[in-house]
Design a protein around this ligand. Sequence first.
Ligand code: NI
Length: 257
Amino acid sequence: MIIDTHAHYDEDRFAEDLPEILAGFPAAGVQWAVNVGASWQGCLDSVRLAHEYDCLYAAVGLHPDDIADLTEDHIAWMREAANDPKVVAIGEIGLDYHWMVRPKEEQAAGFIRQMDLARELKLPINVHCRDAAEDLLTLVTEHGQGLGGIIHCFAGGVDHAKKYVSMGYHLGIGGVVTFKNGRRLKEVVAAMPLSALVLETDSPYLAPEPHRGTRNDSRNLPLVAAAIAEIKGISVEEVVEATYQNALTAYPKLSIG
Ligand code: NI
């Protein structure tokens, strides 16, 4: 079975037909998806959806774009949410220098604050990074050693991949691995052991080929598993089995069920 380690089913684009999509999980070989909060509302919605649907779990955290909302009230709420059996990680948290909605210093402070919180709560993290590879590596090296979790939509090179894996992280691999211009990610997948990889969609974004540009959902993950299998010259079943176990390692609370 497949675990989607990063999805956003709280987004408006799923408002009409989410129950039908989730009902289709078993036929696609998908067992669970982790709905990842980004905004404050997204955190609330992630927890709500995880309670509404057996096949969904939740991560709670503030994305760098929304970091201005990281108040002590929100920290207190996340502390409480961590006791919820369906909340499996702190995320998505990190740095985004592409949109640069908030200044770098504020993004860094919020990221560090949430890594410290994850350590206190003994939860893994789900990490977002866009156009900030060097600073992200520095902050994770200084504050995130051994927390565990996933570098989501991994977009770095093999050198950074090895560093994250040596610090206890898994690499989130999604639709980009099927793209013609996904050469860099293909190199990472080829170079890294299967034990380092987990599957993710980032739904509704980043649909794999041949659905690129359409609304993504977890049922497309067999296409990502197939692309990894082809790169590594192994069977799709082997990729599915290994990435399933890896997802349980990255998010230990999932194994409790
Ligand atoms: Ni995301």
